[in-house]
Design a protein around this ligand. Structure first.
Ligand SMILES: NC(=O)C1=CN([C@@H]2O[C@H](COP(=O)(O)OP(=O)(O)OC[C@H]3O[C@@H](n4cnc5c(N)ncnc54)[C@H](OP(=O)(O)O)[C@@H]3O)[C@@H](O)[C@H]2O)C=CC1
Ligand SMILES: Nc1nc(=O)c2c([nH]1)NC[C@@H]1CN(c3ccc(C(=O)N[C@@H](CCC(=O)O)C(=O)O)cc3)C=[N+]21
Length: 300
């Protein structure tokens, strides 16, 4: 391997350390403890694992964690009533509704019923609009984590060619906005993109957010480029024993690491940064709600 490994796990621990310092200051100086509410509808095992680790880290940095596990058959009106209750609870500064939601629930309606000031995912249309127009907003956690790692590695991103593969509302589109905000020349690729290998080959920065195991091979990567692998894919790993699985990204790690200048691993890359940024956004939301100075270096 020739690429520098961007250690998201270690970086995330540093970010959580800064969050913990700020939480301690809020408690000592103002008697305020930031609180994060996470709502999970249904029993998707991957989501349960993820929600549990979020709750654990929320408590570790000194914040209050409120978890709501609702039945898969929960009616929309009941979910909206819970969100309304959380919107009006002064102890709750951040609200996250785990996606995807069961099919019978209207995801847009649910997300847009969250108070934008408490929308620590940054998915509410008003936060999306603020981000798109370069105004202060809540920035989606996964793209924010990617941006922090890129800034840390490169310093300025100005003038770099960036290709984002994937155009989802939760990763691809906000990622492209953030890169544009840092003056990259941004291309967004998706399933209808022609000549994807050629498009990727032009990029100084590749952010892969597709959800297809190891789809980007090393020979698509421009030598020296930075590869940020957002994909989290669980695949069979018979080499580890029968029925075993392992996590891989959207990039073929070994071949990409031979060509890239820097690369994030999966696991241990973007994932831990996502959670750290969720905690950072909760502190930011708490400071804004109380008219206090925001932590520095924890927003975009
Ligand atoms: N590390 C983390 O913290 C997080 C990781 N993830 C992971 O990131 C990945 C992407 O998530 P998400 O954005 O929610 O996924 P979505 O399924 O919402 O979006 C996937 C995107 O990839 C595009 N795509 C699909 N196939 C191809 C292809 N063959 N070539 C080019 N583009 C393609 C789709 O294009 P089109 O629009 O045309 O269909 C779509 O825009 C997943 O693996 C997910 O698990 C997600 C969130 C957080
Ligand atoms: N409203 C909402 N907001 C989200 O941010 C959101 C969501 N819904 N739905 C699901 C996706 C996925 N996601 C991950 C975050 C961290 C890891 C993570 O920490 N992964 C570890 C590995 C964990 C493991 O071993 O399974 C790692 O990459 O090192 C993974 C996935 C956030 N998402």
């Amino acid at each position: 391997m020739t690429a520098t490994l961007i250690d998201g796990k270690a970086f995330a621990a540093t970010v959580r350390g800064k969050v913990a310092e700020h939480v301690a200051r809020l408690k000592n100086d103002h008697g305020i403890t930031p609180g994060l509410a996470v709502v999970l509808v249904g029993e998707d095992p991957a989501s349960q694992v993820y929600v549990r680790s979020k709750g654990k880290m929320t408590v570790e940095v000194g914040m209050h964690s409120y978890e709501y596990k609702l039945d898969a058959a929960t009616e929309e009106a009941d979910l909206l009533a819970l969100i309304d209750k959380l919107n009006n609870d002064p102890e709750v500064h951040g609200i996250l509704v785990q996606l995807p939601l069961p099919k019978h629930l209207d995801e847009d309606l649910v997300i847009n019923s969250i108070d934008p000031a408490k929308d620590v995912d940054g998915f509410h249309i008003s936060n999306v609009g603020l981000l798109g127009t370069g105004q202060k907003s809540m920035v989606p956690c996964t793209p924010l984590g990617c941006l922090m790692m890129l800034r840390d590695h490169h310093g300025s991103l100005s003038g770099m060619d960036a290709v984002v593969i994937g155009r989802s509302n939760i990763v691809g589109k906000p990622m492209a906005q953030l890169l544009l905000g840092d003056s990259c020349t941004v291309t967004i690729a998706h399933s209808r993109t022609k000549d994807l290998p050629d498009v990727v080959k032009r990029a100084d920065i590749v952010v892969a957010a597709v959800g297809r195991p190891e789809m980007v091979p090393g020979d698509w990567i421009k030598p020296g480029a930075t590869v940020i692998d957002v994909g989290i894919n669980r695949i069979d790993a018979p080499e580890k024993g029968e029925g075993k699985t392992r996590l891989v990204g959207d990039c073929h790690f070994d071949s990409c690491a031979e060509v890239a200048g820097a690369i994030t691993p999966v696991p241990g890359g973007v994932g831990p940064m996502t959670i750290a940024c969720l905690l950072a956004n909760t502190v930011t939301a708490c400071c804004r709600a109380n008219g206090l100075a925001e932590p520095e270096g924890l927003t975009a």
